[in-house]
Design a protein around this ligand. Structure first.
Ligand SMILES: Cc1ncc(COP(=O)(O)O)c(C=O)c1O
Length: 383
């Protein structure tokens, strides 16, 4: 079986740098909030043109932190797609707010601005919930339609979060999602385009006061600037709000600094892989991925559609080609989420996609020879 994502090839490329970075942390011993954490935050922000970045324990907490910092909670509606990983929706009921599921565009798999408009209008008309925020997802690595989403959010006075767990590094007309969103979040789960060797996450923002509140929340609500005098106490032991423990390990920050150094190059390599798939598979399946005009994807996943998706997956497995289905059951069909509201008309696109999508092996180190083997295997399916 081929690897679905070849993390070993990346590690081999930068092994001496990784070893040296890990050795430096072991030598200085600041395992929590060490200098590499601050260094990484500066580099993450600079990479995307954000004023600040705040690292945290994972990409799920990265979504929860801004919601908590804005004090979103009971009586608030937070709009998000159902065709996404659970974390996008999961953080909303954590705060006491209500997720409202919105459908996706059939070409990009990202939030449909027209359906978002209709969903907000329906919530306003019903009058039970107050529209508070939108979480857009950069699914499979490509940017959502931020110019339109930001305009809708501004008009309704709601916050816009870019869940860029799969898309950190993606751009639209040369700008990163944080150019439009109030915050952009990411995940450093190992399989993500920019992943560490464990769990990790980060939030990007232009708002220093928001950064301070999220810094407080990630360390048990410690007192930060604006929380008044510490009266001589260590602010760590003054709790200005109810927070959590959500820090990125120094070791993971050190590893990420080395991976970030080659990230730009890896995005370009991923684009070459995507182009080769597109050339080899056009016309063979129902669809190959379409990227929004002006968009650059980080290609977290390369997802094709096929009428007999399960038959194709079984055929590929027989040929030694692993595949994955993202996502077989959209969030509005998952039992704990089934009672939450949906935009008018339901989510027919999300439902249809769940039956057809299939992700093929995708990583920057897929050689043309191996890729051609995958393409031939797909072409050889007579489903
Ligand atoms: C779209 C999306 N949002 C959020 C997350 C959550 O990230 P994490 O697993 O680091 O908590 C993930 C990935 O796992 C994701 O794919």
């Amino acid at each position: 079986m081929l690897p679905f994502i070849d993390l070993a090839a990346q590690q081999a490329r930068i092994k001496p740098a990784l070893d040296a970075a890990i050795a430096r942390v072991l030598a200085h011993g600041a395992y929590v909030m060490g200098p590499e954490v601050r260094g990484l935050e500066a580099r993450l922000a600079a990479f995307c043109g954000a004023a600040r970045a705040l690292s945290c324990a994972n990409g799920t907490d990265a979504l929860a932190l801004p919601l908590m910092a804005w004090e979103i909670g009971a009586g608030d509606a937070v709009f998000c797609p159902a065709f996404t990983f659970a974390a996008t929706a999961e953080v909303i009921p954590w705060t006491g707010a209500t997720p409202v599921f919105v459908d996706i565009r059939p070409d990009t798999y990202n939030l449909d601005p027209d359906h978002l408009e209709a969903a907000i209008a329906a919530v306003v008309a019903e009058g039970r919930l107050r529209p508070a925020a939108v979480i857009a997802v950069d699914l499979f690595g490509q940017p959502a339609d931020y110019p339109r989403l930001a305009e809708i959010c501004r008009r309704h006075g709601v916050k816009l979060i870019a869940d860029s767990a799969q898309g950190y590094g993606c751009t639209l007309h040369g700008r990163h999602p944080i150019a439009w969103a109030d915050v952009a979040t990411t995940s450093f789960f190992p399989a993500k385009p920019l992943g560490c060797y464990g769990d990790g996450g980060a939030v990007l923002t232009h708002d220093p006061a928001l950064w301070d509140r999220m810094d407080s929340l990630r360390v048990h609500g410690k007192a930060v600037a604006g929380d008044g005098a510490a009266n001589g106490h260590d602010p760590k032991y003054l709790n200005a709000r109810i927070g959590m423990n959500s820090r990125l390990d120094t070791l993971q920050a050190a590893i990420l600094l080395e991976k970030l150094a080659i990230f730009e190059d890896e995005i370009a390599l991923r684009q070459e892989v995507a182009d080769r798939y597109a050339r080899g598979l056009a016309g063979v399946c129902l669809s190959v991925p379409a990227v929004i005009p002006g968009g650059v994807s980080t290609w977290a996943q390369y997802v094709i559609e096929h009428r007999d998706r399960d038959g194709l997956a079984a055929h590929l497995k027989g040929a030694g080609v692993p595949t994955a289905v993202y996502y077989p059951v959209p969030m509005h069909r998952q039992a704990p989420y089934a009672a939450f509201p949906r935009g008018p008309g339901g989510l027919p696109v999300s439902d249809a996609k769940a039956r057809r999508v299939l992700a093929l092996p995708m990583h920057p180190y897929l050689t043309p020879m191996v890729q051609d083997r995958i393409i031939e295997a797909v072409r050889g399916f007579n489903g």
